[in-house]
Design a protein around this ligand. Structure first.
Ligand code: BMA
Length: 813
């Protein structure tokens, strides 16, 4: 790699980028530590080049046409082969295929990819625009990121650093052909009659001559071929296969994920991947509440449960298949069945989508446009047309791909800027040219059977309202609790048909904070902590929410812990309310699953990979069968059983009011029936004076809480809930016993307590440790045994010596 302005050279590995390379050479400090990011902004203002030498394979040299192919080049690039310029590109979201017939030498070849400064390139384009096209601005921000086709959050976000990397990702390879190459293979499967499916396979070919080729498809033991005539240019060939009785692909929790290998061969090329048989529909139909919004798979109405995905790292060079697999497996471990690939990030790797296919994670796929207005110039639209065709061609065959969505919050963005407020018509026309005119039109022509959803949030196609506050139709981004500072109780005031975003921030663990802050900065409002908080008033919102609900924590460690507790509490409140309205609401995706660096954010898994308490809470609140206690609006509590399963459940419910000293104040036992695929109100419990004691100062001190238990066959469920906000509860100090045990050969800890303890957190200093449950409530008469998965290299003794425990009463004096 060469820094163009100085000629300084560094050995580099590809896939990778300049920032990771400089760091590996010790040429820059860690961009994630302290405020180092600020001193590294020069990197994005420089041009860089990557050089290599190679000898071409005979197999390629013998072909009539030869190509150099790059999966993704970030961003504005010129290509030189053996000293001659052979091509250029300006969009990292489509592959670059450069014809190098005469330029490829039989001897050693010298290849150079020169990457212009992304920041200067964006600035140059801004100068050329006939009128400004604004974008959202965060505390550290590279300007005009919306004018170049690069991962939008590389320029800085409200959870991410501004690191305008330049690099090359995915594969670089040479290929040769005498006539044609396969650009993409699209797969359309539908049941024809009982047990018989028709699989239509569209093979998109590029031909470089006139001639003919044989196209063959193999699937599930069946094959078919067709001979086709080719002219130079693009041709699509269709093949039809009939597959008897294929096993159906289901979302996680609803059934298995059988996948079939699909192989397409032509005279000169071969393509292979995996496909699944399923019918995926989005049901957006008028009903008594407005218009529905839910996914129906193989005829079953699916309740979508999941989170929003952002890139796995701010530095693309650090994103490995292992990390992606780990995050997706963690999503499924928390009972998720859907991930939204958010529009400010990137179209993910093939590995990502294959993993989603394998795990049963439905993918809500945004196109990569976010929180901004975008130009509608001829060149920009043409570049996006190529991008969309490439991405639809690459991803369309995946069973997991559930829906195409035009962008993130770009309709809302029309109201964020002075320019677009003053001249909405101009910007709305531009929006529509890009959104419907290019993206929607390309999607519909290449993938007519999959739902095209114009934006997130959106009321639906052809509707240009921003849908932020409309819970009658479409998908909703419900941000009133975080951005508008409303109390958690406000979640109950809306019933989104499908909530594709809502979130609440927390800090990561002390261990993660140590990745960026020196000991003397371990104070929530220290400069470094402020630097790792990108939401302009995020720290104030976290602290003021603590004041609203909790007794203020006694120290820094307690503050971090409590920030996780309140985040888990916020999202649990929302999900439990909305799942109890199953039918009207049919999906929840919280913001956000993961982090791109160590930071205060809305994520449930921190950058290190450690699960925050929210992720453990998600495992509980997304369970297919979930027992919920909800305030009844008065002094009592309702017990609900949410049943996503196909079977009705019946059994016994025990509902108790318990004092904070552990004394049972009252209890009721009832029989319940909870129908399949419904949320059922089981019973109601009046609490003695709402858990309060009158005549006390303050009069609102609560002395009790509610616990519910159900037993239905082998399945036992438990829920406990404070009847008042935690700061008003007279929580008692508890002595918790921790005993390392084994549970069926698996390491575990047994916990006992002399008093009820809330939000009990187990912690060890290794982000790879997974507890079967964490952040739970512990009662004296309900000891718990929690199994633990300890990463390789850590033994039982290490675990026992490093395990610590805290709970809510311990967070304050
Ligand atoms: C949303 C997202 C992101 C953002 C988040 C938190 O609306 O789409 O743009 O990071 O809010 O503010």
């Amino acid at each position: 790699m060469v820094r163009q302005s100085t000629g300084t050279r560094y050995s580099a590995s590809i896939p990778g980028e300049n920032v990771s390379t400089l760091l590996a050479h010790g040429a820059i400090p860690d961009p994630y530590y302290g405020a180092n990011e600020l001193s590294l902004q020069w990197i994005g203002r420089e041009a860089w080049s990557f050089r290599t030498q190679f000898v071409a394979d005979d197999a390629v040299l013998h072909r009539r046409h030869r190509f150099l192919v790059f999966d993704s080049v970030d961003t504005v690039a010129t290509y030189r082969l053996n000293g001659r310029e052979v091509g250029s590109s300006e969009n990292m979201f489509h592959p670059v295929r450069i014809q190098v017939d005469a330029d490829l030498s039989r001897e050693r070849n010298h290849l150079e990819v020169i990457l212009a400064s992304p920041e200067r390139e964006a600035e140059r384009r801004a100068q050329e625009l006939p009128y400004p096209v604004p974008h959202s601005v965060y505390p550290v921000q590279s300007p005009h990121r919306n004018l170049i086709r690069k991962v939008q959050c590389h320029a800085g976000w409200d959870w991410g650093p501004a690191l305008m990397v330049a690099g090359i990702y995915g594969r670089i390879f040479l290929c040769g052909t005498d006539l044609e190459l396969i650009d993409s293979v699209r797969f359309f499967a539908r049941p024809q009659e009982e047990q018989l499916w028709e699989a239509r396979i569209a093979v998109d070919l590029s031909s470089f001559d006139t001639g003919s080729t044989q196209v063959t498809a193999h699937l599930a033991g069946v094959a078919t071929s067709v001979r086709t005539e080719l002219e130079p240019g693009r041709t699509t060939v269709e093949l039809v296969l009939h597959i008897e009785n294929p096993s159906l692909w289901w979302p996680a929790g609803y059934g298995a994920q059988p996948l079939y290998e699909l192989v397409v061969e032509t005279g000169n090329d071969r393509w292979a991947s995996q496909v699944g048989f399923r019918r995926m529909e989005v049901i957006a139909q008028p009903d008594e509440h407005g218009r529905s919004m839910f996914f129906r798979v193989n005829g079953r109405d699916i309740y979508a449960k999941g989170a929003n995905w952002i890139p796995a790292d701010a530095l693309p060079g650090r994103i490995s298949p292992q990390r992606v697999t780990g995050l997706l497996e963690d999503a499924v471990r928390a009972n998720m069945n859907m991930i939204r690939v958010w529009g400010g990030g990137q179209y993910e790797s093939d590995h990502f989508y294959l993993t989603c296919d394998r795990l049963g994670i439905m993918v809500w796929q945004d196109f990569m446009f976010s929180c901004s207005l975008y130009p509608a110039t001829v060149g920009f639209l043409q570049s996006v047309r190529e991008e969309v065709a490439a991405q639809v061609g690459r991803l369309q065959h995946h069973a997991s791909l559930a829906l195409w969505c035009g962008n993130n919050e770009n309709v809302g963005a029309l109201t964020w800027f002075e320019e677009s407020m003053r001249n909405r018509d101009r910007y709305l026309v531009d929006y529509d040219r890009l959104n419907e005119g290019v993206i929607g039109q390309t999607v519909r022509s290449m993938d007519p059977e999959r739902t095209w959803w114009p934006s997130s949030p959106a009321a639906g196609p052809g509707d240009f309202s921003d849908n932020w506050h409309d819970d009658s139709q479409g998908d909703m981004h419900y941000w009133s609790v975080w951005h508008e500072g409303k109390p958690f109780e406000a979640y109950a005031e809306v019933t989104p048909r499908f909530c594709s975003e809502f979130g609440f921030q927390s800090y990561p663990s002390e261990q993660s904070v140590a990745l960026f802050a020196p000991p003397e900065e371990m104070n929530v409002t220290s400069p470094v902590m402020d630097h790792h908080q990108r939401h302009p008033n995020g720290n104030q919102l976290i602290a003021s929410t603590m004041g609203r609900y909790f007794r203020f924590p006694s120290g820094f460690a307690q503050f971090l812990y409590l920030s996780e507790v309140q985040q888990a509490m916020a999202i649990t409140t929302a999900v439990e309310e909305w799942r109890s309205r199953r039918g009207i609401n049919m999906g929840v995706l919280y913001w956000q699953l993961n982090d791109v660096w160590p930071v205060a954010s809305w994520s449930s898994i921190e950058y290190s990979g450690r699960w925050k308490l929210l992720h453990y809470a998600a495992k509980r609140f997304y369970a297919a069968l979930h027992l919920v206690l909800l305030p009844d609006g008065g002094n009592g509590m309702e017990a609900w059983l949410i049943n996503d399963g196909e079977k009705e459940r019946s059994g016994e419910l025990l509902l108790r009011e318990i004092g904070f000293d552990g004394t049972v104040i009252s209890e009721t036992r009832t029989h319940f029936n909870a129908p399949a695929e419904k949320a059922a109100l089981l019973t109601h419990l009046a609490i003695s004076n709402g858990g309060r004691e009158s005549g006390q100062v303050p009069d609102s001190i609560a002395r009790s809480f509610v616990a519910a238990e159900t037993r239905s066959g082998e399945t036992a469920l438990f829920a406990a809930k404070l009847a008042r906000v935690p700061k008003q509860c007279d929580l008692q100090p508890a002595t918790i016993g921790l005993e390392p045990v084994e549970d069926a050969g698996v390491p575990a800890v047994r916990l006992t307590t002399d008093r009820p303890a809330f939000y009990v957190r187990l912690e060890v200093p290794d982000p790879g440790v997974r507890f079967a449950d964490n952040g739970f409530h512990l009662l004296p008469d309900r000891p718990r045994t929690i199994t633990v998965v300890v990463p390789a290299g850590r033994n039982k003794t290490w675990f026992e010596n490093n395990l610590t425990l805290t709970h809510l009463r311990d967070s304050y004096q």
